[in-house]
Ligand binder design. Sequence first.
Ligand SMILES: Cc1cc2nc3c(=O)[nH]c(=O)nc-3n(C[C@H](O)[C@H](O)[C@H](O)COP(=O)(O)O)c2cc1C
Length: 409
Amino acid sequence: MKFKNKKILLIIGGGIAAYKALDLIRLLKKHNNEVKSILTKSGREFVTPLSITTLTKNKTFEDVFDKDTDAEIDHISLSRWADIIIVLPTTANFMTKLSLGKAEDLATTVILASNKDILLVPAMNVRMWIHKATQKNVKTLLDYGYLFLGPEKGEMACGEYGEGKMSSPKKIFSYLENYFNKRNLIKKRRIKALVTAGPTREYLDPVRYISNESSGKQGYEIAQALSRLGIKTTLITGPSNLIFKKEIKTKNIVTANEMFEEVKKSLPVEIAVCAAAVSDFKPLKISKNKLRKEDLATNSIRLGKNIDIVEYLGKNNRYRPKLVVGFAAETENLNKNAVAKLREKNCDLIIANDVSKKDSGFNSDYNRVSIFDGSGKIQVIKKNKKSFIANKIAEIILKKLLVNDRSFN
Ligand SMILES: Cc1cc2nc3c(=O)[nH]c(=O)nc-3n(C[C@H](O)[C@H](O)[C@H](O)COP(=O)(O)O)c2cc1C
């Protein structure tokens, strides 16, 4: 379905493909969308504010210290106004500025101050694109949550052939069509999710506890990714050093029991992602006072089982979420154990991560995962940032949830 009445903020950078921004503006306007634009200093070398303003029927913004704008602060108001921000073309230089978090002109300041999704549409010579510095920037920007479209392979304006060609305005338009349709559907269906994250602590006495190495990062990144898709997400997390964004409703808990209570309170939801490393056992007795060395030396600690939250959700008759996603942290027989867990707990998806490797998994910014559903392995994601993996998982979840909805693809 074609989208309309959307507010698009177009940032036009200093590349030869800048002229294609004019075609995109025409396409967006033809379908009754409003377009405002920011032209970078180098962008002005390629297209004129006059052409842009003629097509958008709006002022072309250029200067962060614009004296013509009354009381409004452009870098804030432009970002709040937009439904999405597109940078076209995104030059190699512009990506470097974004990676560094620069706010040196109107375009970069708007982006840094933005609370909206930002779509980067790169265009550059193939050597510029494959340069290690540019590829490092791409990774950083993906980690920051920027969206990318292209570049594609093809013949470039400089006459060379390779990856670096900007996606066509038509392709950008279809991307936006899909983007807005997905969000409309999520909004219409009022999709809610709960995500558990982090470790739990099971106390022996006021100062000692049993816990594990989980940092809460993967769960937090998934909560962010779902939330960015417009899904109303509640994050239930054990003790963690992470700083959680205010936009995500976060419930802090300490023990597995507390996590279970919060999970029950958050139902019903359509999606439950259980990324927390919940302690399987807890000391049967919690001493009111700090145990003395002698007590600990002579007594063994008696343990009892904690409730299995994933299983509770998977087998919940009354409020079973449509999708229950479990995690399997394994050090051996990863695939076999993950599939067994999926069946045992009646999950729809299992994300298996190999925690035997020192450079990923628990307490790391990186992960490597295999994703299984009832029919077998559906995707393997090699070592990558947890934020990147979270976006992939969120996409798979959404696809699975909306698989029968015709307006979604
Ligand atoms: C004719 C010409 C074409 C250019 N095309 C590109 C391009 O396609 N991609 C790119 O990354 N840089 C390109 N550049 C270099 C950029 O203009 C330069 O890095 C500039 O500082 C980018 O400005 P921005 O950060 O505002 O986008 C080109 C330069 C010239 C003179």
